[in-house]
Design a protein around this ligand. Structure first.
Ligand code: HEM
Ligand code: NAG
Ligand code: NAG
Length: 486
């Protein structure tokens, strides 16, 4: 008797979930989801890429998966991604809610803010401020070159040695953002700097890994003492610290003469007056942390990948150096303007960005209303995952889709050309707002270092390994390099 009651309940329970995860009409195809888990058990969560590749080969440019009961649509290829993110940019311009990252930011700031006035105004503010002279007297270039001088000094001190450059590049790109946000760089040993670096590393590990998935798909488990609790705590520690820096700025600022993003934000709050609900301290703090998060790993992983390529192809490294030497002859330091005279070096940087595909699945989007894509119906609130790698390696879009070759970005006259499938920063209204800054950093840092140093793959460690470590940001495996003064 009891047995059959239990059985009945189990059946009702399963039926309930089956109904819940039934595909809507004209929804993109995909594997049949299981109750509760959706498609999760059909994927290897440690490295879902091979499974997903199989699915996208089977189901095509637009297919669907279920994260628990939540439907997600995965877009591959230039055609689908452009139609969604550019042509229907507003329909596809939202962000998902209810994920770990949302609980950190409460929908404030820019990255995880949903499509709407607060996101739009903060995005516009950030874009204006990150322009070269948006920050007052000290230009972006100056800040980047200052940080690069510390990198150079470190490499010079290690000339002739073999080192792992991971934390060096990571610290440098974090410090450039610090200089832009807080007005000054930090010594790498500074307590706040260390906390911040640690928090970012831990949090991206948690958000990337199985625990992030558990948090996102099974709300019932959120209050248990699992690793994501630490992510929340660490995030708040850094936020508290940043809040202290904001207080200092309030006390020392000269209105209208901003030193950094905080001063600009305080000016903006004054300009907008008391009754502006959109700009306040809590929004500012999330914006600051957004820029820190978005600008650190992405840039440093790209630099690390570029240096790896330059060691794997020493003849390409040498050709860059010749171009750099001849353009910078007699000059103290590089400037961003010099890029126009360095098509080859630019092509190498673009090609590294293409091959490294630093944010392979971009940042997840969400539909803001019921919409259509390539004949499929996609309801409001559907999670949208644009597969940027699929575009960066797309077969008929590149001369050499699967090999590292700067010719992908050069025309017959040796001038730089950018194919439409070059979208490591994504496309449309949500496209990376730090692209200008990132470009400037990649160019100035790499040119400055290549002018002074030669990077050599050590003899005793086998061949360079290009296979990435999978994560939200895709990174090259740790490696060691030999540094030689030129
Ligand atoms: C090589 C370095 C970088 C790469 C490859 C990169 C790539 C991306 C990508 C793919 C997105 C998602 C766009 C979308 O949702 O469709 C994004 C968003 C964003 N990035 Fe970057 N990024 C880089 C550097 C930076 C830097 C240096 C900053 C600023 C300090 C930055 C700030 C942001 C912000 C704030 C967003 C969210 C934009 C929004 O939601 O409206 N990024 N980035
Ligand atoms: C994205 O595209 C790449 C390259 O085509 C593929 O290897 C990967 O599995 C795809 N990922 C998803 C989630 O579809
Ligand atoms: C980068 O910063 C971390 C944390 O502050 C520090 O432990 C590490 O030694 C730094 N790396 C370099 C190369 O200076």
């Amino acid at each position: 008797m009891l047995g059959s009651v239990i059985l009945l309940w189990v059946c009702i329970f399963l039926l309930f979930f089956l109904i819940q995860t039934r595909r809507p009409k004209k929804f993109p195809p995909g594997p049949q989801p299981l109750p509760i888990f959706g498609s999760l058990l059909q994927l290897n969560l440690e490295n879902p890429m091979p499974d997903l590749e199989r699915l996208s080969e089977k189901y095509g440019q637009v297919f669907s998966l279920y994260f628990g009961g939540r439907p997600a649509v995965i877009l591959s290829g230039t055609a689908a991604i452009k139609e969604a993110l550019v042509t229907k940019g507003v329909d596809f311009g939202g962000r998902p809610f209810g994920l770990l990252l949302n609980h950190l930011t409460h929908g404030k700031g820019v990255i995880m803010a949903d499509y709407g006035p607060s996101w739009r105004e903060h995005r516009r503010f950030a874009l204006m401020t990150l322009k070269n002279f948006g920050l007052g007297k000290r230009s972006m270039e100056e800040r980047i070159l200052e940080e690069t001088s510390y990198v150079s000094a470190y490499l010079e001190a290690n000339a002739g040695k073999t080192i792992d450059p991971q934390t060096l590049f990571h610290n440098a790109s974090c410090d450039i953002i610090c200089s832009i946000l807080f007005g000054s760089r930090y010594e790498y040993e500074h307590e706040f700097f260390q906390t911040m670096i640690k928090m970012m590393a831990e949090n991206s590990k948690i958000a990337n890994g199985p625990w992030g998935m558990v948090y996102d798909t099974m709300p019932l488990l959120r209050n248990l003492p699992l690793p994501f609790q630490r992510a929340l705590r660490d995030y708040n520690t850094v936020k508290m610290y940043a809040s202290g820096i904001v207080d200092e700025h309030r006390a020392t600022r000269v209105p209208g003469e901003p030193r950094d993003v905080i001063d600009c934000y305080l000016d903006e709050m004054e300009k907008r007056g008391e009754n502006c609900a959109l700009f306040d301290d809590s929004q500012m703090l999330v914006l600051l942390l957004d820029l820190l998060f978005a600008g650190t790993d992405t840039t440093s992983n790209t630099i690390r990948y570029t240096v790896l390529c330059l060691m794997a192809y020493p003849e390409i490294q040498e050709r860059c150096q010749q171009e750099i030497d001849s353009v910078l002859k007699g000059k103290m330091q590089a400037s961003f303007e010099d890029r126009h005279k360095m098509p080859y070096t630019q092509a190498v940087i673009h090609e590294s960005q293409r091959m490294s595909s630093t944010l392979p699945l971009s940042v997840f989007h969400c539909t803001t209303r019921d919409t259509e894509l390539m004949g499929y119906h996609i309801p409001k609130g559907t999670l949208i995952i644009p597969n940027l790698s699929s575009v960066l390696y797309e077969e008929d879009k590149w001369k050499f889709p699967h090999e590292f070759n700067p010719a992908n970005f050069l025309n017959e006259q040796g001038q730089l050309k950018k194919p439409e499938a070059f979208m490591p920063f994504s496309v449309g209204p949500r496209t990376c707002l730090g692209e200008g800054l990132a470009r400037m950093e990649l160019f100035l840092i790499l040119v400055t270092l290549l002018r002074r140093f030669q990077f050599i793959w050590p003899e005793d460690v086998g061949e360079p390994d290009f296979s990435p470590v999978f994560g939200v940001t895709q990174a090259p495996r740790p490696y060691r390099m030999t540094v030689k003064l030129r």
